[in-house]
Design a protein around this ligand. Structure first.
Ligand code: ASP
Length: 350
């Protein structure tokens, strides 16, 4: 019975892919390739290392058997970088392409191939800075395309399935890796090597992908929109707290011209007396100060260990430091600077 079912599924996939009349009915998904390990090729010099972004988007698609059964695909190379080098320039290019593809009637969804290191920041940026209801799905891989048991081809197949799914509409940017679908706000990279590195530590994943279907468990989250205004984005620095930290990292951020500072605080977004005093002085001088946590999970809420009302700080709620930085940059770009207004964006009232 199972064997018959598997054979029937395989035939459906094969016949869909091979039938040009049916293929024309499939949704058109555009792949925007930026680089990363998913497009990485082994480095012949070391045999262990690899060059991120060395493989083109078309070659990536060609490496995935059965992908054309799910969608008509076209690919554009936006950049070919490891995501440790992801930049505002690439973010703005991606946002502009998404806005244009939103207006292209023939396009049903967008997949972005990306390195995993900063994937969560790009996902949040695009979630906040673009407004399309079409699915925007970011995908990466932990093993380069030339590795034994590379995870990229399967992740790409699943990302295309999600982007082609009508249920993925209106959910903002999504992240798909290792059979799991995450929302842009909560997802974070949690492991340096595991293929199950992406997790949504506060709210859990929003859905999953199996060989024959895409399933969402969670209703679409409410979205906020803060367009990028074409950049350049305001400067926001992150100050990392640790035992013995003094005022110097905050002073360095201010001297470098930061308009906003995110504290990657210990525990509940806290830091030494010297750091808090330096942040209070910054807030008094008009720098927007947001307290986040280096712990990796749980909210930072107002007025618990510190008196935010008195200090003039904003609590990051569920945004980790890197993501709090992205949201604060977009708020500042939109002229939102008053701590109460910034706070409302970090923790919107239901
Ligand atoms: N350093 C790589 C990158 O983020 C790692 C990866 O893609 O997994 O581009």
């Amino acid at each position: 019975m199972l064997r018959t079912l598997v054979c029937a599924m395989a035939m459906t996939v094969a016949s869909l892919a091979g039938d040009p009349a049916r293929a024309a009915d499939l949704p058109h998904i555009v792949i925007l390739a930026t680089g990363g390990t998913i497009a990485g090729a082994a480095d012949p010099r070391s045999g262990l290392g690899y060059n991120a972004g060395a493989i083109s988007a078309d070659a990536l698609i060609a490496s995935v058997p059965g992908i054309s059964a799910h969608a008509r695909l076209s690919a554009e190379q936006i950049s070919a970088i490891g995501s440790q080098d992801m930049s505002e320039e690439v973010w703005l290019k991606l946002a502009a392409r998404i806005d244009a593809l939103d207006k292209t009637a023939d396009v049903a969804g967008i997949v972005i191939t990306h390195g995993t290191d900063t994937l969560e920041e790009t996902a949040l940026f695009l979630d906040l800075a673009t407004r399309t209801d079409k699915p925007v799905v970011l995908v990466g891989a932990m093993r380069p395309a030339t590795a034994v048991s590379a995870d990229g081809p399967r992740n790409l197949l699943e990302a295309v399935m999600v982007a082609a799914s009508p249920q993925a509409r209106g959910r903002g940017a999504l992240v798909v890796l290792n059979d799991t679908i995450h929302g842009a706000r909560d997802v974070t990279k949690t492991d340096t090597v595991s293929v199950q590195t992406f997790r949504s530590p506060n709210f859990g994943p929003v859905g999953g992908v199996s060989p024959d279907r895409v399933v969402f468990y969670a209703a679409p989250a409410s979205r906020q929109s803060f367009p990028s205004k074409g950049g350049p984005l305001p400067q926001v620095e992150i100050v990392y707290a640790y035992a013995g930290v003094d005022a110097r990292p905050v002073e360095a951020a201010r001297a470098a011209g930061a308009r906003g500072i995110v504290l990657a605080g210990v525990g509940d977004g806290n830091a030494s007396k010297a750091t808090i005093a330096a942040l209070q002085a910054a807030a008094k001088a008009g720098v927007v100060v947001v307290r986040s946590s280096r712990t990796g999970a749980g909210p930072v809420l107002r007025n618990i260990e510190l008196n935010d009302d008195e200090l003039g700080f904003v609590a990051a709620a569920f945004y980790n430091p890197a993501k709090a930085r992205v949201l604060l940059q977009l708020l500042l770009a939109n002229g939102v600077t008053a701590p109460d207004k910034v706070q409302a964006a970090f923790l919107p009232t239901p």
